[in-house]
Ligand binder design. Structure first.
Ligand code: ZN
Ligand code: ZN
Length: 247
C-alpha cells in the first residue's frame, strides 16, 4: 500500500498521519528504504523484461525471484537508474527522513522490538523470539513479495495484454494481498486497485484498506480506470480470456 501503490505509482494521495504509519510498516518489512524500493520499481515498470529491469523475468524464474540480488547489476540498469526522476519522492520529508535513519530504524522495528516483546512480555525463549518474529517473518514476507516479480511474471492469464510477461496470478494475489493481478497492473499502473476489481471477493485486501482510509479522509485522489477503457484495451490486446467489464 505504501511503497508500491502510494510512493512508486502515486495512485492515490495520503495525509501526513497515514504516510507516517505506512513509513513505519514499510520499515518493519525490511525491504530497503522507500526511496530505493520506489526507484527499483519504477525502472522495473519502465523497462520491463529488458536488461534495465532489475529482476528481468526473461532471465528465468530463479533470477526474477531472488537471483537478481546475487548478481552484479546489469550496466543497462546502472545507467538507466541514474536518470530516473525521483523528485517527488525527494520532496517527501517522511521518506527522506526514513532514508537518512534507515539502518537504525530498521534494526529497531524489524529486529529489536519484535524480539524483545515476546521475550520480555510473556517469557518466550530468546531463541524463538529472534528466529520467529524477526527472521522467519522476514523470510516468509520476502518470498511472498518476490513472487510478484517471479510467479506473477511467469504464469497466469493475460486478459488485458497478451504480449507482456506479467500475468493474473490468483495465488500471488492472495498471498500478497492483491498484488498478483499483474497483467492488469502493468497495463494500468496508475490504478490504486492494482486490478480491475477490489475487496474481499476478488482477493484484493490492500484495495479494501485504501478504500476505508479514503472514507475516513486519510487517503484521497484515488486514481482508477473506467470499465469502458479496460474493456476496450482487453478486446484489443488481451489473450481472449477477458470476462467482461466490472459492474
Ligand atoms: Zn512486475
Ligand atoms: Zn507496480
Amino acid at each position: 500500500m505504501g511503497a508500491h501503490r502510494l510512493w512508486a505509482h502515486r495512485s492515490f494521495k495520503a495525509t501526513f498521519p497515514l504516510r507516517a504509519v505506512l513509513v513505519l510498516f514499510q520499515t518493519i518489512s525490511l525491504q530497503q528504504h522507500i526511496h530505493e524500493w520506489t526507484q527499483n520499481h519504477r525502472i522495473h515498470h519502465k523497462y520491463s523484461e529488458t536488461d534495465a529491469d532489475p529482476h528481468n523475468a526473461k532471465r528465468g524464474l530463479f533470477f526474477s525471484h531472488i537471483g537478481w540480488m546475487m548478481y552484479e547489476k546489469h550496466p543497462e540498469f546502472t545507467s538507466k537508474i541514474q536518470r530516473m526522476d525521483m523528485k517527488d519522492i525527494e520532496n517527501d520529508c517522511l521518506v527522506m527522513w526514513q532514508k537518512k535513519h534507515y539502518l537504525s530504524l530498521a534494526l529497531l522495528v524489524s529486529f529489536i522490538i519484535p524480539t524483545l516483546v515476546p521475550w520480555l512480555c510473556w517469557g518466550e525463549h530468546l531463541l524463538n523470539a529472534v528466529m520467529v518474529p524477526a527472521f522467519l517473518r522476514c523470510l516468509v514476507l520476502y518470498h511472498i513479495t518476490w513472487s510478484v516479480n517471479s510467479l506473477a511474471h511467469w504464469t497466469g492469464g493475460k486478459p488485458y495484454e497478451k504480449n507482456i510477461y506479467p500475468s493474473q496470478n490468483a495465488v500471488v494475489a492472495f498471498l500478497a494481498m492483491g498484488e498478483g493481478w499483474h497483467n492488469y497492473h502493468h497495463v494500468f499502473p496508475w490504478d490504486y486497485k492494482t486490478s480491475e476489481f477490489g475487496g474481499f471477493t476478488n482477493i484484493n485486501f490492500t484495495t479494501l484498506i485504501i478504500k476505508l482510509c479514503s472514507k475516513v479522509g486519510l487517503a484521497y485522489d484515488l486514481k482508477t480506470v473506467t470499465p469502458e477503457m479496460i474493456e476496450k484495451r482487453a478486446r484489443r490486446t488481451g489473450d481472449g480470456t477477458y470476462k467482461g467489464p466490472s459492474k
